[in-house]
Design a protein around this ligand. Structure first.
Ligand SMILES: Cc1cc2nc3c(=O)[nH]c(=O)nc-3n(C[C@H](O)[C@H](O)[C@H](O)COP(=O)(O)O)c2cc1C
Length: 374
């Protein structure tokens, strides 16, 4: 009750101030301390005690990883981190669309830079070495005014890989001009090779550190297919689907819909799930081994269940943390456990990607498998 109350008041503040305050409170230990309920999933050599994680952008500077442990998430993704500190776009640059349970942000990779993040990660790893129960992904991207963006990815991988359970290559933020061009085949291959080179030069003991590509939802099937083929041929571990969208649904009610930037939260659910489902089909049809992390509009156990049924091994969220508050992961995990019980699912892996159609998946999430069949 108290956390609902606090969330309500924090939501009255300017979004960027609210976010700063949230990070400060977490640092000070002003957060719930939840007993972990668990939905474990193992993908490759990675063991996730819980399949739900915090998406990139929440903890840009790796400041509160050890606090997120308490909120019943199984992993977090820090960043996006750029080589040198970056202020980002002028403020205001985050907008809450209350009526639509959505956020538009045009932050533009505001962060304290690689060296600051490195210090934080180094410190964190003293207590929780790589391979600990709670996993940490490191999301990397280039500086806006970099002379050589490919090299930025390499430098970041070289400096940060030793602290990461996985690396996430951000080629999909809409707020860094032309970043999405890196999703094109030749660019993507080059970025991946630069990251691999960085990992090889880094101090990590795991030279086969898992690499995820974080992609945009604003792509057609042809582009998705090319990304997947490239990811497969380059032995990428998986994809994160998706980043925010530049599309604006006509049904949005808030006045702020025309703010420039990436839209996340509830209105992103359909679009990101459609791409996830297409990716799942392409991967299955080609017999590829690529793991999928879903992000986009997850706010309750049903939306998380749909993502899993449509192909997600892991699920991330950001926006619903703003709207629902710090108990959101607890609510989703305990709800998911109930849905699995209802549908006689013992191992979450058995449900991953078994439904080809997001609408049907939602029907199952709401009514259960049996009712759906009748
Ligand atoms: C304020 C804000 C900042 C974000 N910053 C980043 C970022 O730095 N890097 C990134 O890869 N994604 C970033 N994202 C995108 C999220 O990681 C996520 O992919 C997207 O918001 C969809 O999930 P959601 O609907 O649960 O929010 C940001 C999202 C928001 C709302």
């Amino acid at each position: 009750m108290i956390w609902k109350f606090i969330t309500f008041f924090v939501r009255k503040l300017d979004p960027e101030i609210a976010h700063k305050l949230t990070i400060k409170s977490l640092k000070l230990g002003l957060h719930p301390r939840l007993k972990q309920s668990v939905i474990q999933i193992n993908i490759g050599n990675l063991i996730f005690k819980n399949l739900l994680g915090v998406a990139a952008g929440f903890d840009k500077n790796a400041e509160v990883i050890n606090k997120i442990h308490f909120l019943n998430f199984g992993f977090t993704e820090v960043g996006t981190i750029t080589p040198v500190p970056q202020y980002g776009n002028p403020k205001p640059r985050i907008f809450r669309l209350e009526k639509d349970k959505a956020i538009i942000n045009r932050n533009g990779f505001n962060n304290l830079g690689m060296l600051e993040a490195k210090k934080k990660l180094e410190n964190y790893r003293k207590r929780y070495p790589v391979g600990s129960d709670f996993l940490v992904g490191v999301n990397i991207g280039p500086n806006k005014n970099s002379q050589n963006r490919f090299n930025d990815y390499k430098v970041l991988a070289e400096n940060l890989s030793e602290f990461a359970d996985y690396i996430s290559i951000n080629v999909s933020s809409p707020n860094t001009p032309n970043l999405r061009e890196f999703q094109k085949k030749e660019n993507l291959e080059k970025v991946i090779n630069f990251v691999k080179d960085g990992i090889a030069r880094s101090k990590t003991l795991n030279k086969k550190l898992p690499i995820f590509l974080k992609i945009a939802p604003d792509i057609n099937e042809q582009t998705l297919s090319t990304i997947i083929k490239t990811a497969h041929s380059q032995k990428i571990f998986g994809l994160i689907i998706s980043n925010t969208t530049v599309d604006r649904d006509r049904n949005l009610k808030s006045k702020k819909i025309n703010e420039f930037g990436g839209l996340s939260g509830k209105p992103l659910f359909k679009k990101s799930t459609d791409i996830l489902s297409q990716a799942n089909k392409l991967i299955k049809n080609n017999n590829y081994k690529l793991f999928l992390i879903a992000a986009g509009g997850v706010s309750d156990s049903e939306t998380a269940y749909v993502k899993i049924l449509c192909g997600a091994h892991l699920v991330q969220l950001y926006s619903s943390l703003t709207f629902e508050g710090p108990l959101v992961a607890n609510k989703i995990i305990s709800g998911l456990l109930n849905l699995m019980k209802r549908d006689n699912v013992e191992n979450v892996f058995d449900m991953v990607g078994i439904i080809n159609n997001p609408k049907e998946a939602m029907n199952i999430a709401i009514n259960g498998f049996k009712k759906n069949k009748n």
